[in-house]
Structure formats: structure tokens, C-alpha cells
Ligand binder design. Structure first.
Ligand code: SF4
Length: 291
């Protein structure tokens, strides 16, 4: 399996978006919410308060993606994920055979964060200081997605700290966005690759369910993907940022703008102007989508 196929397997899923109040009517998330409601009406198993039992894909008629093998609690390193879920207090799924076509377990936000904190689904658990779940407002309209924690992020448990984080904060402020209130920031990987090496495909696969669930919870109006790995992972492509930036993309029906990672910009100052152009483009699309 080549890298592109591997990553497609990792993220090529069709979440059933459940839009919250205020979501504009014509957004794809709203259309999927209606599909979700229809599927739930057909199901005899209502969701619990802690977890949402998502109907089997065959019962949903309006999803964005086909139904490849899902990277979820059913398929991703069952024994270690079971341990993480158990540590997070989620035990009901353990009664079901992992190989059976049972509804997927969707964790609540706190449970998801706890599952990440206890995760041992890939080798990065052995070298991390701590996991880095995310930062900002989980109900923000903007979601920023980067690559993986670096050295400082690994120490502090927060994404985008240090000089790269300050540059990002400055760019957000210049665009009129507060990084703690107006955006939610997460990474593709929740643990630091040693020596800040590139993420390995199997690590992206192992970690993908967490980012997918974060996106489902946040339900952003727009995603700003920061850096090559985030962009290529979310868009399932191996094209360069240079070719992908400057246009509107979609991730599972959510508008996405690709731009450079702040750490890259610190080493390549001339590209700051391009990153600012990307931010302006994102703002324009956000305004249009929100009107
Ligand atoms: S990188 Fe992701 S999958 Fe790997 S141990 Fe950390 S949280 Fe788990």
C-alpha cells in the first residue's frame, strides 16, 4: 500500500455531522444532520448522554465519503484502544466483539481528551512527555490543524507554543481572531515524533480517529490547515502546499484553506506574505459562509 492509500485509509471516513443550533441551512453539515436524524428515526437504539452510537454506514444515505474500513475503536489497535477507552470510563463497547458490525463509539469531549492522554496506540507513546490534545474554544467557528507537537509543545502540553505559536497568534490577531476564543487548534498527531521527525504513516493512521472526533465535536465553519502534513493528510493528496494554497478545498464537506506552518515561515520569511494572503482568503470565505 502506498503512502497516499495509507493516509486515505486513515482519514477517508464519512462522519455523520450533527449541526448545532445556528448552523446555516445550506451548509453540508446541516444536510448531513438531517440525514443523521432520519437514520436515528430508523434506529431503535437512541444515543446515550455520554456517547453517541452512530448508525452503521449503510443506514445513512447522505454522507460525504464511501464506507472504507473505519479507523475507529473497531479497527485501530483494539487492545491498546480498549485500554485507553477503559481508562476514560468507556466500557460498554468492550462487551461487543470488535470484529462485528456494531455502531461506532463516539466519545464525549472529556472522554476523548482522557482517551488521548492514556493512548498507547503507536510507538510515540514511549517517547512523549505528555500528549497534546488541543487548545482554544471547542465551539469556535475556526479550526486550525497543524502537524504534531514539537519539543516545547511536548513539555508544556499545548500546541503552538514558542516562536511559531507567537507568530500564529500574531497572524490571528491581525485577522481579528483571538487564539483562545475564536479558534480551536489541534494537530494531526497528539504526541511528539522524536527529534521532530516527520510523522510516519502508521502513526497518522493510529491517531486519526482522535482528530476526526475532534472535528466532529467542533464542527467548524472553516478549517485552516497548517503545513504540509496537515494539508496532505486532510486532503488525501501528495501535492505541495504551493499548489494547494490560494483556493478553497473541502474536508468531509467542511471548507478548508491550506497554508504554511508557522515554524516553516520562521525559516522562510518571504513566504510570510503568502501566508497572509491565505489568511485573507480564509477570512473572505468565512464571511461568505457565515452570511
Ligand atoms: S500519537 Fe496518537 S495514536 Fe500515537 S500514542 Fe499519541 S495519541 Fe496515541
Amino acid at each position: 500500500m502506498n503512502r497516499s492509500s495509507f493516509i486515505q485509509q486513515a482519514i477517508g471516513l464519512g462522519p455523520q455531522w450533527q449541526a448545532r443550533s445556528g448552523w446555516f441551512e445550506q451548509h453540508p453539515a446541516e444536510l448531513d444532520r438531517q440525514a443523521m436524524q432520519l437514520a436515528q428515526q430508523q434506529s431503535s437504539q437512541p444515543p446515550t448522554t455520554d456517547t453517541v452510537a452512530i448508525p452503521a454506514p449503510a443506514a445513512v444515505t447522505n454522507v460525504h465519503m464511501p464506507t472504507p474500513a473505519m479507523v475507529t475503536s473497531e479497527t485501530a489497535a483494539p487492545s491498546t484502544l480498549d485500554a485507553a477507552l477503559a481508562a476514560a470510563g468507556v466500557t460498554d463497547h468492550l462487551e461487543q466483539p470488535l470484529s462485528s458490525p456494531q455502531p461506532l463509539v463516539e466519545l464525549g469531549w472529556d472522554q476523548l481528551e482522557q482517551a488521548v492522554a492514556n493512548c498507547q496506540n503507536c510507538q510515540l507513546c514511549h517517547t512523549r512527555t505528555q500528549t497534546v490534545f488541543g487548545r482554544g474554544n471547542p465551539r469556535a467557528r475556526w479550526m486550525l490543524i497543524g502537524e504534531a507537537p514539537g519539543e516545547q509543545e511536548d513539555k508544556q502540553g499545548q500546541p503552538f507554543v514558542g516562536k511559531a505559536g507567537q507568530l500564529l497568534a500574531n497572524m490571528l490577531a491581525a485577522a481579528g481572531l483571538d487564539r483562545e476564543h475564536d479558534v480551536y487548534i489541534a494537530n494531526v498527531l497528539k504526541c511528539r515524533p522524536p527529534g521532530n521527525r516527520n510523522p510516519a504513516p502508521e502513526e497518522i493512521l493510529a491517531c486519526s480517529t482522535y482528530l476526526q472526533q475532534q472535528i466532529r465535536h467542533v464542527q467548524p465553519t472553516l478549517i485552516l490547515a497548517l503545513g504540509r502534513f496537515a494539508v496532505q493528510t486532510l486532503l488525501q493528496t501528495e501535492q505541495s502546499i504551493g499548489k494547494l494554497r490560494g483556493q478553497l478545498h473541502q474536508y468531509q464537506g467542511i471548507p478548508l484553506i491550506a497554508t504554511y506552518h508557522p515554524a516553516y515561515l520562521l525559516r522562510n520569511l518571504p513566504d510570510k506574505a503568502k501566508a497572509w494572503q491565505d489568511m485573507v482568503l480564509a477570512k473572505q470565505h468565512f464571511s461568505r459562509l457565515s452570511s
